[in-house]
Design a protein around this ligand. Structure first.
Ligand code: DCM
Ligand code: DCM
Ligand code: DCM
Ligand code: ZN
Ligand code: ZN
Length: 263
């Protein structure tokens, strides 16, 4: 996801934190640092020399065959460089490791807040055309690619603008209402069927498989190459984007609640 997607995931998560978890997160990030404000730190960091090692942690390249067959297989798809699943396990361990420096634990928290978002973006769980980066499309007549549209253009169109606190808070509030009393009220328990911080690899694999399935259901269902996406494709994508961002936020809240309860 882009900045709006990550900030929305973090804002939704913050809404579901227990008071213990609010204190726990503030103790690691700093008292005046909102989760939304650091949710995209990992995307800036990966382009720095110091942070280059973390670039593969944002995705897992599932070597499946969409749209006819979708699957994630940890031993097949997580390379020796690492992937989103191993990164979530690594940083879940590191945020709990009180022998590490405050900076290392803060980075671990920032990575978790980011990667529990990225893992719900279907194209972050897909090897095909480099997660859609190599599928050229247009958005309102402008040349772009399928991955960027899922990360940014479609999310901003739903949210009603580029990144700002007002846009993110209002988008998050709409989704929180759906989680509490609307479309998602009956499904949200399924989203957190795996929130065991002692089996982080298994939980993250389930989350990756869940999002990867959408590549066969919708994201890569037709040959999107050359398509104008700001039309029928966008309209069909909206419910999936709202679902995945809601899911990421609700799960992140549950994950942080579990970490705080164990601390
Ligand atoms: N390293 C890393 N992230 C990992 C594993 C390794 O950044 N998940 C890099 C950074 C460390 C170096 O490898 O400086 C050595 O790592 P380690 O602390 O595991 O020896
Ligand atoms: N690092 C990491 N995960 C690991 C080991 C290291 O993310 N399992 C990161 C933490 C530091 C960087 O790599 O930002 C350098 O690590 P080190 O100080 O261990 O060399
Ligand atoms: N990405 C991905 N799968 C890959 C490579 C990249 O999901 N195999 C994601 C990471 C960024 C976006 O695509 O969100 C663009 O990546 P980059 O800037 O590395 O081209
Ligand atoms: Zn992306
Ligand atoms: Zn990312």
């Amino acid at each position: 996801w882009g900045v709006v997607g990550h900030a929305t995931v973090a804002t939704i998560a913050n809404n579901y934190l227990t008071s213990t978890a609010k204190t726990y997160v503030a103790g690691i990030l700093g008292n005046d640092v909102s989760m939304a404000s650091i949710a995209s730190w990992a995307d800036d960091y990966r382009y720095t020399t110091a942070g280059k090692f973390s670039a593969p942690y944002h995705f897992i390249d599932a070597e499946d065959s969409p749209p006819s067959s979708c699957s994630v297989n940890f031993s097949r798809d997580c390379t020796t460089e690492g992937c989103s699943i191993s990164a979530i396990a690594n940083y879940t361990a590191r945020v709990q490791d009180t022998s590490l420096s405050a900076t290392n634990r803060m980075e671990a928290m920032e990575f978790l807040i980011h990667f529990l978002g990225d893992i719900t973006q279907p194209l972050h769980d897909e090897a095909e055309e480099v997660g859609g980066n190599d599928i050229s499309v247009t958005w309102d007549g402008e040349d772009t690619d399928l991955h960027a549209c899922w990360d940014t253009q479609m999310v901003e169109k739903i949210a009603g603008g580029e990144n700002s606190t007002a846009t993110v808070d209002s988008f998050a509030a709409t989704l929180i209402a759906q989680i509490d009393n609307g479309t998602y009220a009956s499904q949200k328990e399924d989203w957190v069927s795996c929130v065991d911080i002692t089996t982080a690899t298994d939980c993250a694999l389930e989350w990756a498989q869940d999002a990867n399935g959408l590549n066969c259901q919708y994201v890569l269902q037709n040959d999107e190459s050359g398509m104008e996406l700001d039309g029928t494709y966008y309209t069909g994508a909206v419910p999936y984007i709202e679902l995945q961002i809601s899911k990421g936020g609700y799960r992140l809240g549950a994950w942080l609640n579990a970490l705080a309860a164990a601390a």
